[in-house]
Design a protein around this ligand. Structure first.
Ligand SMILES: [Mg+2]
Length: 237
């Protein structure tokens, strides 16, 4: 096991509360731009199509633009709306969603402790422009030595190429990096399989709490525990 040189963190539902922001942005869009539809049904259909499209994107079957457009196109069609511009609504949604300032508990405090002691990277699946918008809105962009999005790298986690890109950006071997994330499949199995160590911080609304194989090196109830398990807390306190 190498020394600790770099900590990479997932963004959505690890540092930033994607679930909360997505729910709020969808309701805002529905109430302001789609007054003639049933909001709950629309939100349900959005989730249904969004999940399918992201799985197709992960498998390399569709591109980013298709995900952005089709999830709204299909959800609107399902609720019987044919008169709306799904592309414009999709863009409006992303702008509102990315500007919601919902950090997960401890995110800023932990980044503040890590920065300066180790290299700090953000390794995130998502649209580059939107992920950077979240970092700017929440004023945490300054803590990162590098930010890698799946759109830039061309693959999504847990593809080993995503973690290889992180090691290249950090300029250190994989066993000197600890990756932190909420997804067992994407963050924990992906990073551990590459030779990184990994800390799992489940989102409280996560449906399953069964630990993966390979297992994470650490299971944290909140991000506040991260500097403690990494032995980094004392340098700043
Ligand atoms: Mg995540």
């Amino acid at each position: 096991m190498g020394t600790l040189r770099c900590v990479t963190l997932d963004l959505d539902d690890t540092l930033w509360d994607h679930r909360r922001a997505q729910a709020e942005a969808l309701r805002l869009i529905a109430s302001e731009s789609l007054p003639d539809i049933r909001v709950d049904t629309f939100v349900d259909r959005f989730h249904y199509h969004n999940k399918i499209l992201w799985a197709q994107y992960d498998a390399g079957e569709v591109d980013v633009g298709t995900v952005k457009e089709q999830r709204f196109e299909r959800a609107l069609r399902d609720v019987g709306s044919t008169s709306h511009d799904a592309t414009a609504i999709g863009e409006d949604y992303l702008q509102r969603y990315g500007r919601l300032p919902y950090l997960r508990p401890g995110a800023r405090e932990v980044l503040d402790v890590l920065a300066g002691q180790v290299l700090v990277g953000c390794v995130t699946d998502g649209f580059t422009e939107v992920q950077h918008l979240k970092l700017e809105t929440t004023q945490i962009a300054r803590y990162f030595d590098f930010v890698l999005t799946s759109e830039e790298v061309g693959v999504t986690k847990p593809d080993p190429a995503m973690y290889a890109a992180a090691a290249a950006a950090a300029g250190c071997p994989l066993d000197e990096i600890v990756h932190v994330g909420d997804s067992l499949e994407k963050d924990i199995v992906g990073a551990v399989a590459c030779g990184m160590r990994a800390a799992w911080v489940p989102h409280p609304e996560m449906p399953s709490w069964e630990v993966s194989d390979p297992a994470p090196d650490w299971v944290l109830s909140t991000l506040y525990e991260l500097p403690v398990v990494l032995g980094l807390e004392s340098a700043q306190r």
